[in-house]
Design a protein around this ligand. Structure first.
Ligand SMILES: *Cc1c(COP(=O)(O)O)cnc(C)c1O
Length: 392
């Protein structure tokens, strides 16, 4: 209990929330599920979200019997346009998920305030945005509620982990009650997480590709606890071991990892600026700083003409590239109809999912990556691609 309080207090301090309004979970998706449930989402309700997200987001909606509805993104920010999100609100819309994609909020202030007038709840998917700011307020503080993740790739890591935060006292109490009733993960899962957290310190640019390949191989065969179970990727039925609390292995890892957040976020911010400056001055696609006040990139999104070739070259050069989002509902590369997703209706999200790679922002020196980009400019799309109609 004491360590749990230490963790929630530390999280609360960084996102400027009250510690009693922070609840912790086994994963971010469980925090989302708990929030949706506390809001009262159920059968017949619709929840809006960008058409460029992680499949676990519509899954949480489907598990409650509600319907996910998607809004295409804009390539300038990889987020849904505020006006498009607001325009998609219908009589059955009960909540809107604003996603902080790659660390970038876009118009979340406008969406949250308009929705408040309309009596529609807003939830910020802040899994990429922990510790960053938008228009002077911490990411996650604009909406009625927010959830965060500390999965491997997220701003701080506990292997797996999730946080629900809201300033709405009634909602916070409901979420906390739900969290307190959840069982913990099994001994096998906890042991596996402990082992993976110990292994993590061997991840360097030199070992990155080998370790990622090994982790994916083992998790696909259910030999280690991966981020998603097979059931979550095959359909929309809630797996048996989905609703779990955060274990002590994760709590301890969180307390440790949070110490590095200020330094790490300063680095991410600096590296983001360096990428933008280089890409912009070379005429390559980039994220326009004016669209994101005080932004902090968890990863830097870049559109390339031939992703496979680009990744092959990166691997040869030892440049650690990320590959989210492989699909508009990452990581599902097959039929998306179980999630009511018709890819033809979201051409910009479809385009991004085929052409995006992401650059790391947590390396102490990104000079080797910049020089890699310079050498491989033949595959980097020009900034024109972001203009309306130029992406097909
Ligand atoms: C990682 C992620 C989630 C889910 O977080 P978990 O902790 O893995 O459940 C949700 N939304 C987005 C956009 C993500 O990238």
């Amino acid at each position: 209990m004491r360590q749990e309080h230490e963790l929630t207090a530390h999280v609360a301090r960084i996102i400027q929330a009250s510690p009693e309004n922070v609840s912790i979970f086994f994963k971010g998706r469980v925090a989302l599920f708990a929030t949706l449930k506390a809001i009262g989402i159920g059968s017949g309700d619709e929840v809006l979200m960008p058409a460029y997200t992680c499949v676990v987001v519509p899954n949480a909606v489907k598990y409650l019997g509600a319907t996910p509805r998607y809004v295409d993104i804009d390539l300038s920010t990889f987020s849904a346009r505020p006006a498009a999100l607001l325009g998609a609100i219908g009589p059955r819309t009960k909540a809107v998920i604003c996603q902080n994609t790659y660390g970038l909020s876009w118009g979340v202030d406008e969406v949250a305030s308009r929705c408040r007038d309309l009596g529609v709840m807003t939830i910020e998917d802040c899994t990429h945005g922990f510790g960053g700011f938008y228009h002077g307020k911490p990411n996650g503080s604009w909406c009625d509620a927010a959830f965060y993740s500390s999965q491997w790739n997220k701003p701080f890591s506990t292997g797996l982990g999730g946080y629900a935060v809201t300033a709405n006292v009634d909602l916070a109490r409901k979420i906390a009650t739900f969290a307190a009733a959840l069982p913990g993960p099994s001994l096998k899962t906890r042991a596996m997480l402990w082992g993976l957290l110990k292994t993590r310190r061997f991840v360097t640019p030199q070992t990155y590709y080998a370790l990622v390949t090994a982790y994916r191989y083992l998790s696909k065969r259910n030999l280690v606890t991966g981020s998603s179970s097979g059931e979550e990727l095959d359909g929309t039925k809630m797996p048996d071991d989905y609703l779990l609390s955060m274990s002590r292995v994760q709590i301890r890892a969180g307390i440790k990892a949070l110490k590095r957040v200020p330094e790490l976020n300063a680095l991410r911010k600096r590296n983001g600026v360096t990428y933008t400056d280089f890409l912009k001055s070379s005429g390559f696609n980039h994220v326009e700083p004016a669209l994101h006040d005080d932004h902090l990139f968890l990863k830097y999104p870049l559109l390339v003409s031939d992703r496979k070739e680009f990744k092959d070259r990166a691997k040869k050069a030892g440049v650690p590239l990320g590959d989210w989002f492989l699909s508009p509902l990452h990581p599902i590369e097959t039929d998306l109809s179980p999630w009511d997703f018709d890819i033809a209706r979201y051409p910009r999200a479809a385009f991004a999912a085929v052409h995006v790679v992401n650059l790391p922002t947590d390396s102490q020196s990104i000079d080797p990556i910049i020089s890699f980009l310079r050498k491989n400019g033949d595959l980097i799309l020009p900034n024109d691609v972001k203009k309306e109609g130029n992406h097909a």
